[in-house]
Ligand binder design. Structure first.
Ligand code: SF4
Length: 367
């Protein structure tokens, strides 16, 4: 089956968002009084509209602070989904990328889900069109379909399981123990890492995150020589040559925990640099170094920061709340099918947490 390849620097004829389009929509930097005024306005509106802000670790630091200061959350995509579902607010403002807003809507159809910019998407989502993916699945009916959270609602609707990087290892291990063969999509690096760790039979889609795909093993090796005491923290969406050098491989939450609880003074971090904001807040005395993305003459599309995450800004939150723009919708038949694979994951992780708390199973380590 032929997979569609995207040129993420160019706008596709069908209007799909590219990095150039995304960078052009990233809000201009604001001075301190402007930021403070917008933050105050957004906080007032969140309260007045009974809304809650659910933000990802990769978005702008002001948005992360606003979420925490107003009773919302800053977290990875698994916790964002749980929090939005369980919170009493009837309006969720999701600061992240489109699949996160869709997941919130799938889980809470009765709630209004708004996003600062509906064009904020993800290379993994773009690189796995539902029609091609369905054909891929249909060609391998003997396999259990496991998709990463970073996919459209339509792709989730074709899947048996959704996973995030914080529970993928556990879920694939459990499926392997049941003798299941797996069809995995879309991130090839995360898929390879899970395959290596679990030994599961996995057929892979060939997608990648444009941010993590750019981390370079050779340059990381050179950087390590300059910082021999540093711990290397790597998100598993990174290439194998980078993962191989890691002291800790994990989800965004796991990498933050590693900095907070680690005894080292220096940390080289291979994930989107938006995460450094929260790491600095939680571990103020520690030195954080961005992992290298390219050699001297190379160019990069993201340089360790996701252009689609960067599209989220304070003004966008104010616009959502003031004018009701940026509302996410998911067709009901698609939503119902996609819900099944997300709920399967949430039920699995809730049960696993209970068993781990009771000491019945060891934690096998979050991806
Ligand atoms: S950082 Fe990568 S995986 Fe995350 S939204 Fe951006 S492109 Fe997608």
């Amino acid at each position: 089956m032929e997979q569609q390849l995207f040129d993420y620097t160019r706008q596709a004829a069908d209007g799909q968002t590219c990095t150039a389009h995304a960078w052009a929509k990233v809000p201009a930097p604001l001075n301190k009084p402007e930021r403070e005024a917008l933050k105050r306005r957004a906080a007032e509106l969140l309260k007045a509209r009974g809304a809650v802000l659910v933000a990802h670790y990769y978005v702008d630091g002001d948005l992360q602070d606003l979420a925490l200061e107003t009773g919302g959350i800053v977290s990875d995509s698994l916790e964002m989904a749980r929090f939005g579902r369980d919170h009493a607010a009837q309006t969720l403002i999701v600061a992240g990328v489109r699949f996160m807003g869709e997941s919130a809507k799938i889980l809470s159809p009765e709630k209004r889900v708004l996003m600062p910019d509906l064009d904020a998407t993800c290379s993994l989502d773009l690189g796995c069109p539902a029609e091609d993916f369905t054909a891929f699945c249909d060609a391998h009916p003997d396999r259990t379909v496991v998709v990463y959270a970073n996919t459209s609602a339509a792709v989730k609707a074709r899947a048996d399981w959704m996973v995030t990087s914080s529970c993928a290892l556990e879920i694939v291990s459990a499926l392997k123990a049941e003798g299941k063969k797996i069809l995995w999509a879309p991130d090839r690096h995360l898929g390879r890492y899970i395959q290596e760790q679990t030994g599961a039979d996995m057929l892979m889609w060939n997608g990648a995150c444009i941010v993590h795909d750019e981390f370079k093993g050779l340059e990381l090796d050179l950087l390590r020589e300059q910082h021999p005491g540093a711990q290397i923290l790597v998100h598993p969406e990174s290439p194998a040559s980078v993962v191989a050098q890691a002291h800790v491989v994990g989800s965004t939450s796991a990498l933050i925990k590693a900095v907070v609880e680690g005894t080292a003074q220096e940390y080289i971090v291979a994930t989107d640099n938006g995460i450094l904001h929260r790491m600095r807040q939680l571990a103020p005395g520690k030195t954080l170094i961005e992992a290298p993305t390219a050699g001297n003459s190379a160019t990069c599309k993201s340089c360790a920061h996701c252009p689609w995450m960067a599209m989220n800004g304070l003004q966008g939150v104010v616009d959502c709340l003031e004018r009701g723009v940026g509302e996410i919708g998911v067709d009901e038949p698609v939503r119902v099918k996609a819900l099944a694979c997300i709920e399967r994951m949430l039920d699995f992780t809730a049960a696993l947490k209970q068993r781990q708390a009771a000491g019945l199973v060891p934690g096998i380590g979050a991806a």
